[in-house]
Write a protein that binds this ligand. Sequence first.
Ligand SMILES: [Zn+2]
Length: 303
Amino acid sequence: MPEGDTIVWTARRLDASLSGKVLTRTDFRVPSLATTDLAGRESLPVATYGKHLFHRLSGGVTIHSHLKMEGRWSTLVAPHAAPPREAKRLETQVRRAERGHTTRALLYVSDALAVASKLGLLDVIPTSEEQAIIGRLGPDIMAESWPETGLDAALDNLRGQPQRLLGEALLDQRNLAGLGTFWISEMLFVHGVLPWLTVAEVPEETLRAVLDDARRLMLASATTGVQSSTGRAGDGETKRVHARSGLPCVRCTDTVRVAMIGEAGRERTLFSCPTCQGGYAPNDDRRPQRPLVERPAGGRRRV
Ligand SMILES: [Zn+2]
């Protein structure tokens, strides 16, 4: 699930391949950008805020994207710039990206290209308009300024909504930016807090600890590129409750549950253990839930 950590990691990857180089060709596959051509502009460092990527280019232009559920930016070395034994494989990958029906953007520089697929949002804006987007968001949990000012501002925002469900308040990017269902499910489990408590029901020290731990682990995940709440990277070892509904809790013998949270039409899924977190979601019918099965593509489906 792309959350603040994945966004920072993605920005670093894009920078490593593109920063300081001139775009030799661009290809946008969304109708609103069909005629946009950014060739000739230099790729500047990619900025992030919460779940937003701001890929700045020379001339005051920014490629603004949001990965939503399944989006990603990946980078490939141009086949002609790779050792001969790798060129064939890279040619196949480039061709696949260029023909892919989920491809939304291709950015070429002399020795590499960046490929965006399944993006939730893609736009090209004046760099001067980034602030208008950021201004609608709460403090960024990944930002350097988080320990000094971000954490307290986020806590104030949460405290201002005492009757709101905690899980819903944490998902609201206007309160704080960067958290999503993975980190909220994982951190509330670690601290034994049910996501369906109201904000007022959770002590300040607990909220502080949840956010501190989330940031610490997200910074680590942004470095490794592996979203892990456990510090481990092995298959099935990176999480405790997220997407584990119907499976036994790693701490007790109870079964992990999934339930919806949020306003009608904008619901998200959160995962929790009724024993470790002291209860069920109010809308949980308590019937058995079947495990989710991971698909090779990284998506998942119910069986
Ligand atoms: Zn448990």
